[in-house]
Design a protein around this ligand. Structure first.
Ligand SMILES: [Zn+2]
Length: 301
């Protein structure tokens, strides 16, 4: 599938995307963050700051500089990954603005016996919102109206926000232009992700502002491609198992043969997400039980 990797992070300074919508990218580039996390500044004289980013003092200063002369009325958080939410507390300390948005960090399911959460380091467990926004809830700040859309999958608490005044959706890490998003158990869930993908296709917005990378235009066609990409990945996993029972490393070695081995661990988590979903739907069985180290077979009923 085709991604858009053309992006100028313009570190340290806000870029105007539309009147009253600015993007300020954190200087935290990496294999999972692209050029860095996008913070959005919404409004003009009164502002809402969306996803202030990691605990990065220089970025907090850049936010304050870009918003000087205006009042920050709300700090909005989409999900509790360490590259999105920790600076909310730093910004609250400096401005007194409340933190609103997703609920506290949690996994999509309970840990299984002996399961070590491979994603532990990415969760911001200190995050505690002043106001937890739920499905369809409308939040007004800075003269704007944000509608909450629960979109679990990347994380269990992930939210997108529709900007009622524009044909615009803040898609955070659920839909990004530069890459597919990471869906990995136990924090994430492929079943939830696919439901959340369909949810966006049933909404009107066609322009998305993602948590990493550039603006997505013609978003529905892109989201349909993302859905197709996951469905074809699921079909290849099933095809692999049609040959013989296999472990996740065996499946990864075949399906990701042309991918940098440094990314095979992440690929394994993604295959695990598909297998967990397939097992939940009764299409695959796992021995001894569904886990990263199990052997998976097609379920013959
Ligand atoms: Zn992110």
């Amino acid at each position: 599938m085709k991604h858009d990797r053309d992006f100028d992070p313009n570190y340290g300074a806000a870029v105007e995307i539309l009147p009253g919508v600015r993007r300020l990218t954190v200087n935290n580039p990496g294999p999972f963050t692209f050029f860095g996390t996008n913070t959005y500044l919404l409004g003009t004289s009164r502002l809402a700051v969306v996803d202030p980013g990691p605990a990065d003092a220089a970025h907090v200063e850049a936010i304050l500089k870009a918003t000087s002369g205006a009042s920050i009325e709300a700090i909005v958080v989409s999900h509790t990954h360490v590259d999105h939410s920790p600076a909310a507390r730093m910004l609250k300390e400096r401005t007194g603005a409340p933190i609103v948005g997703c609920g506290v960090h949690r996994a999509a399911r309970d840990l299984m016996e002996n399961e070590v959460n491979p994603l532990d380091a990415s969760g911001d467990r200190q995050y505690a919102p002043d106001q937890h926004l739920h499905e369809s809830e409308v939040f007004s700040a800075a003269g704007l109206t944000l509608q909450t859309i629960e979109t679990p999958g990347h994380t269990a608490n992930h939210l997108c926000f529709a900007l009622a005044e524009e044909n615009l959706l803040l898609s955070a890490d659920h839909v990004m232009s530069w890459s597919t998003s990471i869906v990995a158990p136990p924090d994430g869930s492929m079943r939830d992700y696919m439901t959340s993908i369909d949810k966006l296709l049933n909404r009107p917005e066609q322009v998305y502002l993602p948590g990493h990378g550039g603006v997505i235009h013609d978003a529905h066609s892109y989201v349909r491609d993302l859905k197709q990409h996951r469905l074809s990945r699921e079909a290849s996993v099933l095809r692999e198992l049609a040959g013989a029972p296999q472990t996740i490393p065996q499946i990864v070695a075949r399906l990701y043969a042309d991918v940098d081995p440094a990314l095979h661990r992440a690929a394994g988590l993604s295959v695990f997400a598909h297998l967990e979903d397939l097992a939940g739907r009764g299409l695959v069985s796992a021995s001894p039980g569904v886990s990263l180290t199990a052997t998976f077979s097609l379920q013959t009923s």
